[in-house]
Design a binder for this molecule. Structure first.
Ligand code: SF4
Length: 257
């Protein structure tokens, strides 16, 4: 048999299949849900999420490989935490370490936090968001661009996950701790940073505004939006174009870009 082994193509097909499975498992029953992972982002992206008749574009092959790499690193750290807790804290945190579970910020806003640990005494919740990052973001966090933070997207996402889990587990917000775990893809350097509880208020305001936006704008209202000029569409200029899976839908509806 003459077998043609194109590993690049095989891997891409594998990732497409994995994506299909993932989408089915996570979102089939809630096709109009908004996503905490897009916390902080352009309000119009959420409007499109609420209107599934506007189909997003597929990510390109390279972007899919980048995301897969992130997923694999996440999984490994999750497994390490489970192993460590079971070894050291089997009574305090018995089986309440939950990964990849769907949580609800509200009836319409869902999310899948990376790692959260709930003490069985119910007086402590630790939520960790793992960020695999390239050197530019790393430099913003720790290097020569330190303190230049162009947006608060990650902070809103992590605060949203934490508020959702705290509500579900009946834990007071003052008993919650939030952390980012940064993994630099270039050389596997890692750091952990805490996030201030200050972001609970910011996340709360954000989702209130998004809720109002998606429920009070019809197609005609959206047509009057001018991307990059109308408020919150987008929240950061880089969101438009290749980083937005609704770029073409947006162009068709608003007639600009
Ligand atoms: S193209 Fe820009 S304005 Fe339009 S939905 Fe995407 S991020 Fe928002």
């Amino acid at each position: 048999m003459n077998m043609l082994l194109d590993l690049e193509q095989i891997y891409h097909e594998f990732l497409l299949e994995q994506n299909k499975i993932n989408q089915k498992e996570r979102y089939t029953d809630e096709p109009t849900a908004l996503h905490m992972s897009s916390g902080g982002h352009c309000y119009l992206k959420h409007w499109f999420a609420k209107h599934p008749e506007y189909i997003p574009e597929e990510n390109d092959e390279q972007s899919m490989r980048v995301m897969r790499l992130g997923t694999l690193i996440h999984k490994d750290y999750e497994n390490a935490i489970i192993w460590w807790l079971e070894k050291n804290y089997p009574d305090t945190y018995p089986h309440d370490v939950t990964m990849e579970t769907k949580v609800y910020y509200s009836e319409t806003v869902i999310g899948h936090p990376d790692i959260y640990i709930v003490a069985n005494t119910k007086d402590k919740l630790i939520v960790i968001d793992i960020k695999t990052t390239h050197s530019y973001k790393w430099d913003i966090m720790f290097g020569k661009l330190k303190d230049y933070n162009p947006n608060n997207f990650y902070e809103i996402q992590l605060a949203s996950y934490t508020m959702a889990i705290a509500k579900e587990k009946n834990i007071k917000l003052e008993h919650c701790e939030m952390y980012f775990f940064w993994y630099k893809k270039d050389n596997s350097e890692v750091r952990m940073t805490p996030l201030s509880n200050f972001y609970f208020a910011e996340a709360s305001t954000y989702w209130k505004e998004v809720d109002y936006f998606v429920n009070n704008n019809d197609v005609n209202d959206i047509a009057s939006i001018v991307p990059k000029h109308s408020a919150h569409c987008p929240n950061a200029k880089w969101e438009c174009g290749k980083y937005c899976s609704h770029s073409i839908n947006c162009q068709l509806l608003t007639g600009s870009l």
